[in-house]
Structure formats: structure tokens, C-alpha cells
Design a protein around this ligand. Structure first.
Ligand SMILES: [Zn+2]
Length: 496
């Protein structure tokens, strides 16, 4: 038995000015990982592709791994990047195989296609009409009809932060191997509702997503092969952005339809719980200081979430609104992770450890989709640390996966330690802090450019959490986003 396993992951923020060429999928190499290198990078990791490798080896299958391409969220994917990745997968399948297992995101927008995954699957189905195709998807999938039409089994993460990537790979993969063994005949039903759940309200520990995901798990215990609610990715101006559901059963189309509709009705009834009203920044910082005063010294930091500039939602990671307000307010004993400013890192490297330096930090990228120019901020401090920015995730999210912040520096202002990176990386893992010699648990305040994923590795150490509305292309204010392709009406943008 021969199985083609591949990864093509990108969550596209169509409002983001951060470019997405092939190099963004390639890390330090010239091209994305392939073959033995991809196998080595993902074998044994807590990822969907890691699960596919494990299942295929259990089945004694020959594995062909044409490409493992994953990039941090950013603007639309360049056509050349998309075509490179897709060609590698299509060529591998064209050589013949018994099954295809794909680790996809489900919200890839390219310069040409608003549904990158659907286009990949369409091309695969055209050359392999009978081959089972199993796909693991992110919970932030914006599900398009073509993805369902041209795949055999789709399964989405059931946690946010995404700590079940591996389990999702197992769910999708097992259904495909059961089919190959003649033990299952997967059928799918899917649908959506005109609602755009806010990312700040999508955490799977919070209602209403907690109840939706619990019902998915219950359906799987009751016989569904895979049950998924995709909360969708709202910072994408595409026709199918928003919430959807998909249920796979063993040959029972009626049951799949009924369960899918039940999930969609549950979500629609709970739609008000997915809406989010940002608090003015000054009020948030005043609240943070008041909270700090009530906490014991060893209670852990007050976490300040700069949620408008989360790079895992396509943020530039260089807006200075929240950090600037923190510096202006004179908060003491702060760690900030992170500002992406490769030029500032180079200046600090040139100055050397211990040097006092004045920087125009951040604000290098304009955000034309929001009619905003980049605004650097003058910051003075001492270069405390320089490093290469490599680390490996400890988990629980994407355990074992390699991360690379690029050349990295820590600037110490006396009151704040500011991590400055050269590549966007969301702080969801303690290893990111260990790489820069900061113990976040010992800080009074911890500013994170994150929305929900930080909870995966850092929630246990937080004394309190305050959401801070800054500036950025993952703004939490839907009114700042100009939607032109999104289907309407859409809750909560329109009265429904
Ligand atoms: Zn996601």
C-alpha cells in the first residue's frame, strides 16, 4: 500500500500587508521541506502530519511525502508559492497511490483563488477520481463547497488553542484506513450559517464553543466517524468566511445531515455569545494596574493581550499602540513578546550586548487595507541579549515542532524587557521565552501579541488577564474591515 502524505498550511488574512512568497513556507531553506527532511521534521510531533505518518507506518504502508509547507498567517499567498506546493502534491499523486492524507489549514487565499485548499483538492480529484482523500483542517477553516466535493473525509480541530492537532490527524486518517480495509464507507454532510464568530470569543474552554465542540465529541462516541464545527476565520474577505459544520458517518447520509444541522442550529442559537465588544485601551490599562495591586507578588503576571496585532491571525506584529501605552503608563517589571522589526534587531546586533541604544521601534509596515500608516515609536534601552531565534515547541500545542523567530534581541528599558524578532511567531509556548532568557512567571506584567493561543503554554502562570485593543490588521473591531467579497447578510455585521 502506498500513501501520499503532504502538508499545505496557511491562514490568510486578506487585510494583512505581510507578503507570503514561497520563502515564508521554507524557513531557512530555499524550498519547503520534502521527502526525508519533511519526515524527520514531523515524525513524532504533535501535529496532524505527525499522526498521518504514525498511522501509515502502523498500516505498513509505503509513505511518499512530497512537501510539508507551513507558514505563519499573513496576506494572500503568491501564485508561484501556491503552484510550487500544489505541483509537488499533484505530481506525487499522479505517480499512483492508494490514499492521500493532507494536513491543510482551510483558510488559504491566494492571489488567484479565494479557496486555495478547494483548488488543490479539485486538481487531485481530477487525476485520482477513486482515491480516498483524508484531510485534517484547522478549526479556523472557512469551508468552501469545493473542499467537501473533492475530499473523502474532512476533520477539524476540536480545541482552540489547538492542542489536538495530532488527534485530528488520527480522526481523519483512521476513517480513510477503515475505508481502505473495507470496514467503512464514509459519507459527509456539511452546511454553514451566516455568522462570523469573533476570534476573541472562539476559545474552546469558553461558552458557546465549549458546548459545540463537546457535542462533536459526543457524536463521535455515538458513531460519527468525524464531527467538526469550524468557527471560521473572520479577518478574511472571502465569500465563505464564517461558521460551518461537517459530519462524516459510516454510510448513513440521513444521520450525517441531521447531526450537521443540529450543530449549525446550536451555533446559530448561541450567536450572540460569539460577538465581542472591545474595551478602550486606556480603560484596559487602568484596570490592569488596579488588578495588579490586588495580586500577591508571586501570583504571576497580569497578561496584557495585544489582540489586534496577533501574528497567528496575520498581524504585522510590529504595531506599537499597546506597548507604547504600557511604556507611557510607566508600568514596572514588564516583559513584551514581541515586536517584529528585523532592522532594529540588526542595529542591536551591530551595537552589541550591553550597549545603550535609541531605536525607532516597530511600525515599519503600512496597513493600506485599514488606511493606516506604520508608526514607529522611539524607545531607549540596553541590549540585554542576542540570539538566533531557534526553538522547539514543548507543547501542548504543536509539540516538538521547530520554530524560528529569526535573529532576535532583547531590549531592556529598565522597566520593560522587549523581545524584538525578525520573523513573526505567536507566543504560545514557554520555549519561546526560554530561548530569550526570560522567566515570564516572575514578571508583574506580560504583554503578548496573541488572542487565544497563548493559553496553550502560558495560561497556567497568569495571575490575571486583560484584553488590550491596539492597532493592527487583526483588529477586533469589525467596523474597521472593508468586506467586499463576503456573502451578506452576515451576523453581527448586518441586522438579521
Ligand atoms: Zn486556527
Amino acid at each position: 500500500m502506498k500513501v501520499v502524505i503532504a502538508q499545505m498550511k496557511h491562514e490568510t488574512n486578506t487585510f494583512s500587508p505581510v507578503p507570503t512568497p514561497l520563502a515564508r513556507f521554507a524557513g531557512d531553506a530555499a524550498l519547503p521541506l520534502q521527502g526525508a527532511d519533511a519526515y524527520q521534521a514531523y515524525k513524532g510531533t504533535g501535529t496532524a502530519i505527525g499522526a498521518f505518518i504514525e498511522l501509515a507506518e502502523e498500516a505498513g504502508a509505503q509513505i511518499v511525502l512530497p512537501v510539508a509547507a507551513s507558514a505563519w498567517p499573513s496576506g494572500p499567498v503568491e501564485d508561484a508559492a501556491f503552484e510550487h506546493i500544489v505541483k509537488r502534491i499533484v505530481d506525487a499523486v499522479a505517480d499512483g497511490c492508494d490514499a492521500v492524507l493532507l494536513d491543510l489549514h482551510g483558510a488559504m487565499v491566494t492571489r488567484t483563488y479565494e479557496d486555495g485548499e478547494g483548488e488543490l483538492l479539485r486538481r487531485l480529484r481530477a487525476i485520482a477520481p477513486e482515491v480516498p482523500i483524508g484531510v485534517a483542517l484547522d478549526m479556523h477553516t472557512n469551508l468552501f463547497p469545493a473542499m467537501v466535493d473533492h475530499a473523502t473525509v474532512l476533520a477539524g480541530y476540536q480545541t482552540y488553542p489547538h492542542i489536538d492537532m495530532f488527534e485530528t490527524g488520527l480522526r481523519a486518517g483512521r476513517a480513510v484506513f477503515a475505508m481502505l480495509a473495507g470496514r467503512a464507507r464514509p459519507v459527509m454532510a456539511w452546511g454553514n450559517r451566516p455568522m462570523l464568530p469573533h476570534v476573541m470569543r472562539q476559545g474552546s474552554d469558553d461558552s458557546p464553543n465549549r458546548e459545540l465542540q463537546a457535542r462533536c465529541k459526543e457524536m463521535e462516541l455515538q458513531g460519527a466517524l468525524c464531527a467538526s464545527v469550524f468557527v471560521g476565520f473572520p479577518n478574511a474577505d472571502v465569500s465563505q468566511a464564517g461558521l460551518s459544520a461537517l459530519v462524516v458517518t459510516d454510510g448513513d447520509e440521513t444521520r450525517a445531515r441531521r447531526w450537521c444541522d443540529e450543530l449549525l442550529d446550536m451555533a446559530w442559537a448561541a450567536r450572540a455569545g460569539f460577538a465581542y465588544e472591545p474595551e478602550p485601551l486606556a480603560a484596559s490599562l487602568a484596570r490592569a494596574q488596579a488588578l495588579r495591586a490586588t495580586l500577591a507578588d508571586d501570583a504571576g503576571p497580569v497578561v496584557l493581550l495585544d489582540h489586534s496585532d496577533n501574528c497567528a491571525s496575520g498581524g504585522t506584529m510590529d504595531t506599537m499602540t499597546v506597548l507604547g501605552a504600557i511604556l507611557d503608563a510607566g508600568l514596572q517589571d514588564v516583559a513584551a513578546f514581541a515586536i517584529c522589526d528585523p532592522g532594529a534587531v540588526q542595529r542591536m546586533m551591530h551595537a552589541g550586548i550591553g550597549a545603550e541604544i535609541q531605536l525607532a521601534l516597530g511600525g515599519k509596515l503600512d496597513m493600506p487595507a485599514l488606511d493606516l500608516g506604520g508608526q514607529p515609536r522611539g524607545v531607549k534601552g540596553r541590549v540585554r541579549l542576542l540570539c538566533d531565534g531557534h526553538y522547539r515547541n514543548r507543547g501542548p500545542m504543536a509539540r516538538g515542532e521547530h520554530n524560528h523567530m529569526g535573529p532576535t534581541a532583547v531590549l531592556d528599558t529598565g522597566k520593560a524587557e522587549i523581545v524584538v524578532v525578525s520573523r513573526q511567531v505567536e507566543p504560545h509556548d514557554l520555549a519561546a521565552f526560554q530561548a530569550v532568557g526570560i522567566d515570564p512567571a516572575s514578571k508583574r506584567f506580560l504583554m503578548l501579541k496573541s488572542r487565544v493561543h497563548w493559553r496553550a503554554g502560558l495560561r497556567a502562570l497568569a495571575g490575571a488577564v486583560v484584553e488590550c485593543a491596539g492597532t493592527g490588521v487583526c483588529t477586533s473591531d469589525y467596523a474597521a474591515l472593508r468586506f467586499t467579497r463576503l456573502r451578506r447578510p452576515m451576523y453581527p455585521l448586518d441586522p438579521l
